[in-house]
Write a protein that binds this ligand. Sequence first.
Ligand code: ADP
Length: 437
Amino acid sequence: MYRNCTGRGLSFWGQFVNAVLIVALLFMMMVFCYHGFYFYRFMIWLKDPKANIPPKAQGIWKHVFDMFQQQFSHQFTHQAKTHKKDEDKQQRTIEYLNHIISALPSGAMIVDSQGRIKWKNRLANEYFGLPVELGKKDTLKTLINHLEFHQFLDTAHGERKDTTQGKISIDKKPTPLTLWLTAVPFEAQTSLLIAHDISAAEQLNITRSAFVANVSHELKTPLTTINGFLETLQDTPDLDADTRNYFIGLMQKEGERMLNLIADLLTLSRLENQSYQRITFEAIDLSHLVISVLQDSKHLAQHHQLTAQIADDVWVMGIYQDLYSAFSNLILNALNHTPKGTHIDVSLQKKEHTAHFMVKDTGDGICPEHLGHITERFYRVDKGRSRKTGGSGLGLAIVKHALATHGATLDIDSTVGVGSCFATQLTLTDTPNCHLP
Ligand code: ADP
């Protein structure tokens, strides 16, 4: 430091200046360290001011940090709010999509290559009886014990590049379930499995096949009979006139049966399609209609005790042809399916706002196991007897449909050995000022 040029010790002033310089140097170093330290922390904080709380500081740096904190805080709050809004919006979109997928009329699952379910909707749970919460080790094969389904999964797994489709039937109560399955490869090693309920279409197919089989059978019997008689007439030209006429009479009866069947089939088909079209109802005098039915069936009632109680002016809104069909089928059934001498009571009464129609007989009655089926197409309790009376087996199906078009149902009450009662109720309408024919 300061030395005098003589080489002797420092003078007092020299030593003083030296000391001052050292102190100043130390002070500067301290100041440098202080600022260096806080500048470093400041830089770190600036890198991500949002994530870090500003470092604690003393002196001027405290002011610097406070100033920056204030500057940023407004911006941070705004950013945080926007971020929260975006997150909420995303969450709502996900929930909305989940709702849409859950509401789809199909079961849907996302399954990985090991058969573990990554995601599923409500209908998938319902169709396959899956638990809402799945265990870590659960796979489709352990959860669904169904051979056809396992085979489908194996095929889908083997054909990962293509869409796999197949049909399986699940024996569910009360009605079996038929599912149309589609497995679509989806992302890496995962598949989207869609199950669509086709039970109704399947049932319709079965019904259609059964219907075609029934109609064929119904037509085959009379045609075979007619063919048989024709062959006999051809092979025996010298047949006596009485036998010939007898055969011709039988053939005519069979021909009539076929015509009746076709007429009933056409009526039923019209009634079944009617619900899809616009129907125009008119005011109908039910009293007049029932009396007409009774007059038209009088010739069949010679061996029965037929009584009728028909109230006057019973008016309803409806379709004349269909109601005639329904009521005449019920009266003819009572005449055709009961023994000679049976008492049959036909009644039409007004009760408050309703027209009550009833056909009650004291015939053999119907066994309870048949009662639930007799309105089905071609269902007959006694097949031989019904065919003999010319019945097509479609009568009560026609009644049921015709009444349904009028918003009414057919109530059947029958006891074996006591008799049967077929009844229905229709809503009354005001009597029109001028009576329709
Ligand atoms: P069908 O053409 O044979 O009369 P329906 O559909 O009208 O066909 O009736 C179905 C079956 O219900 C009949 O075959 C018959 O066995 C039974 N049935 C209907 N009405 C009566 C009745 N009043 N008494 C006893 N059995 C009846």
